[in-house]
Write a new protein. Structure first.
Length: 199
């Protein structure tokens, strides 16, 4: 008698669907129990154990091999984790102008101003030698065109996450401030960095 090899293939295909849809488990187990016996086919008890393990893994947030599943690896940051930060410079750095500055934000998406109002998104600003804005409803101002000696506000309305700053020699403070499409701050910000531009 020739073994029916289609049955094990069907059984394994049905098992794979169990991890996707837990409601299908009783139907799959019934189909496995009613399938004709075949050489090398798993028993109903073994199939039920595998199905239960797969379902428990899906519900627990772990993959079968114990690693975090896609839901946990892609979960958004909690509200408390929303912050802006510089990625390539730190407090106390001595730099030569022009210098590259890279920055990022956690818990929010970066979008250009042209995209309009999009929940949970905004763009970066760098405050240079400026204290934190007092008016929480006012848009962040713009520097005058061609300003060099008194640069205060850098806008990155195209969604940029890095720039090149050209500052005059001396000590400066830098702080990131994340704002919406109208440049109104969310008050997601970095700490203040004290840097020195050297000749």
């Amino acid at each position: 008698m020739t073994p029916n090899l289609a049955v094990p293939t069907l059984v394994f295909a049905l098992l794979a669907s169990i991890t996707v849809c837990s409601n299908a488990a009783p139907t799959v187990q019934k189909a496995i129990a009613e399938a004709p016996a075949a050489v090398g086919a798993p028993t109903a008890a073994a199939t039920q154990t595998t199905a239960t393990t797969s379902l428990e893994s899906a519900v627990s947030g772990r993959s079968v091999d114990g690693q975090l599943n896609a839901l946990d690896r892609t979960r958004p940051f909690p509200v408390a984790d929303k912050r802006a930060y510089f990625t390539n410079i730190k407090d106390g750095d001595k730099l030569r102008s022009p210098f590259r500055v890279a920055f990022s934000v956690s818990g929010m998406g970066v979008a250009p101003v042209a995209a309009g109002k999009m929940e949970g998104t905004g763009h970066h600003h760098i405050l240079i030698n400026r204290s934190f804005p007092m008016d929480i409803k006012a848009p962040i101002p713009f520097d005058k065109p061609g300003e060099f000696a008194n640069q205060q506000y850098k806008h990155f309305g195209k969604g940029e996450t890095e720039t090149v700053l050209d500052l005059p020699p001396g000590k400066h403070t830098l702080q990131l401030l994340f704002a919406d499409h109208l440049h109104v701050p969310y008050y997601i910000r970095s700490g203040i960095l004290n840097i020195e531009v050297i000749k």
